[in-house]
Design a protein around this ligand. Sequence first.
Ligand code: ATP
Ligand code: MG
Length: 555
Amino acid sequence: MESSEKLNFIEEIIEQSIAAGEPRVHTRFPPEPNGYLHIGHAKSICLNFGMARKYGGKCNLRFDDTNPVKEDVEYVDSIKEDIRWLGFEWAEEHYASDYFEQLYDWAVELIRKGLAYVDDQTQEEIRLGRGTVTQPGTNSPWRDRSVEENLKLFAEMREGKYKDGEKVLRAKIDMAHPNMLMRDPLMYRIIHAHHHRTGDRWCIYPMYDYAHGESDSIERITHSICTLEFDVHRPLYDWFIEQLGIFPSHQYEFARLNLTNTVMSKRKLLQLVKEGYVSGWDDPRMPTICGLRRRGYTPESIRMFAEKVGVAKRDNIIDLGLLEWCVREDLNKTALRRMAVLDPIKVVITNYPEGQVEQLECVNNPEDEAAGRRRVPFGRELYIERDDFMEEPPKKFFRLRPGGEVRLRYGYLIRCDEVVKDPASGEITELRCTYDPLSLGGGSSDGRKVKGIIHWVSAEHAVPAEVRLFDRLFAVESPDEVQTEGGSFLDNLNPDSLRTVRALCEPALADAAPGDKFQFERLGYFCADSDSKPGAPVFNRTVGLKDSWAKIAAK
Ligand code: ATP
Ligand code: MG
């Protein structure tokens, strides 16, 4: 983990170029609009926008929409929404498809210079001709076409004279180059498909390697930050820019974010959605930004996470616990405290006057005096958490037991006098207790001390709610690693990642609006779901209170 005072290596690079007399910092975030953004993208967004912000520069949003088959406006809209929600605003909004004409002209220029040619080989022939890491490739029989012929064929490709796959445009570099990507890489392929922005205007589409650096150059991007697997693409990135003599953008690579118990490939996330393993891109178990938002994550917590993860040069896997630690940190400061019982068991206080109701004063957030106080009704019949009572408790059990005492949060001490059971099932149905009327707010009638404190709700006033309890979507740390032959990452799904319970809540939770965040005392942080209706709230558990990560995060 990088400490915040130390410069990360991208900052070092930027500060070096500033020192060398290039004060301008212009980055870009270049998503392909073929899916929703996930936490890995958030890392990239925080880095690109963060660098621009820190050095008084700019960050563009560029949609890398060069593959018409998988892309859609739905994704464009969600991407913009998610970036803004994370707290960033782009300087300029661009689409690689806006550069198609310029890219085409540059391709023609490369043909004229004898640096690109039309190849008639099939995809398979091209693949075989490329050789291997240890063997050089072989030249295509079409490699030495004349400039005139190439110009004519390329124009015909654009005009739609050929079918998909019939011809491609390749850069003419070196079929024996040690870097396989430099062995006459593809620049254009034919795809007769409708594009979400350019419609049917084009039937040839530029490849990533050709379009990306050129787009950076058009926008005069100074630092083109991408993930590590693109380092082998860098020579090609530089080659196109150099041959065309255009603005020299530079590419820098950092390690992509990997998280335990999570898949991050958009293809896999799409599969989870399409095949119904989750309820949608915004299912609260998804690592997507919209899923995390619905789960109850805050922009602050995600930015804090990106900061803590730092900018690594080598691939690693971050424990999901760190993300959870970050949201706990943030919500602890801001979330209002409420009481809710997830697995209720009834308590009757036999010496409390029938029909009496008291309004007990409760603190909304002990971390924030400004959050104020509220009144919570208290009466003769209450609910407490089933596991806050044990008939035969072990030694260090400080909650309720037969004959034992416990404090009700913000309320009285109660003693359990009698355990009522269903004669047929033996299940406990009710605890009959007595209270100490002189114990409200901390003390007791005779100064005795009681260790345990438990939460409760008044039975008469309790508001029923649906509560969704989540566990990791995948049961194993590295779900991409498939154990059995012919298996799939889906085999690693956790069958118990969602459990729904009927909870009972204090009245203040009745009208929680979607997105409202709370700490349910002693249980965790919860966020009202978009399925909530007035009087019938639905809550997602964002994260439990237990902090198994603190040790590691403190390092
Ligand atoms: P996928 O392969 O799942 O489709 P991608 O990397 O192709 O993902 P893009 O939309 O091309 O997705 O990504 C946009 C930007 O986000 C790129 O600059 C990419 O490097 C960055 N990015 C994507 N995934 C991660 C990740 N896990 N960690 C850090 N940055 C990421
Ligand atoms: Mg991509």
